[in-house]
Design a protein. Structure first.
Length: 272
């Protein structure tokens, strides 16, 4: 009699335990937190100061900077188990502008709780979003917005991924000693033809650090963005020889250079 009662009770207990375990796992899987990414723009060892500070590139050319902008998109976080979490597309495009300090802090929401060991992102705007209906290109992707510096070529129907402008005594006097590098090109076009692809991927591990996303705190990841690498990367860029670049012949080389201008600084726990 006792045995006949124990078996159903054991089965019921196992069922309840299994249900509660699954429920707890489901709750854990749906818990999310927030995250901030902060970009500190510098020129070599010096802080980037627009218009007034003078810097020098590897070619020995002195210059100052009047504008420095770049798109960060397709952000993905590497979990401790080696898988990636990718931020949803509608929340995954940001424009960092040196002249707008608030734009240098990116706020991410809906990040699954857990431990992360690295981050990756694109510099630029991918082909899917570049060719999307204008109704899907809002905020910083709105070609007609006046809320930020223009980062869209009307003549070329595409986004400028990185914009660096300034003056240098070695730039042509006929151009008021101005230099400008406007780099874009997502590898396709509205006519279906392949074009130059200057999208670049950045992957930054956290080393021995770990990013812990919880439901009550907002951690912060700090990055250093070194604009000097645009000149001093794998391809040395001379202002005297190339004071203005958009596409050919050097845009791909400049894109390779700016892919290397990002470095990871630290993760901090943040605040509630």
């Amino acid at each position: 009699m006792l045995r006949s009662l124990l078996i159903p009770m054991l089965v019921a207990a196992l069922f309840i335990w299994g249900f509660l375990s699954c429920h707890q796992n489901d709750v854990a899987a749906t818990q999310t937190g927030t995250l901030q990414l902060r970009f500190d723009n510098v020129v070599g060892p010096d802080n980037l100061v627009l218009n007034t500070s003078t810097y020098q590139n590897a070619a020995g050319e002195s210059f100052n900077v009047s504008k420095f902008n770049y798109f960060v998109s397709n952000i993905r976080l590497r979990r401790s188990d080696g898988t990636d979490y990718t931020v949803p597309q509608d929340k995954n495009y940001f424009l960092v502008e040196e002249e707008r300090p608030a734009s240098q802090t990116l706020a991410l929401t809906g990040i699954p709780v857990g431990t992360y060991t690295g981050i990756g992102f694109l510099i630029g705007v991918d082909s899917v979003r570049s060719l999307a209906d204008i109704s899907l290109r809002t905020g910083v992707l709105d070609p007609g917005t006046t809320d930020h510096d223009p980062m869209y070529w009307d003549w070329n129907s595409g986004y400028i991924f990185m914009k660096l402008e300034g003056t240098s005594s070695v730039a042509p006097a006929a151009q008021n000693h101005l230099f400008q590098y406007h780099i874009g090109g997502f590898g396709g076009g509205y006519d279906g033809k392949k074009t130059i692809n200057n999208l670049r991927s950045v992957a930054l591990p956290f080393g021995s650090d770990q990013l812990v996303i919880g439901s009550s705190m907002t951690p912060i990841i700090d990055f250093r963005t070194d604009a000097l690498q645009i000149f001093n990367g794998a391809t040395k860029l001379s202002i005297a020889q190339n004071s203005s670049v958009m596409f050919t012949p050097l845009s791909g080389s400049i894109a390779n250079n700016y892919a290397g201008m990002f470095s990871y600084k630290r993760v901090t726990a943040g605040s509630k």
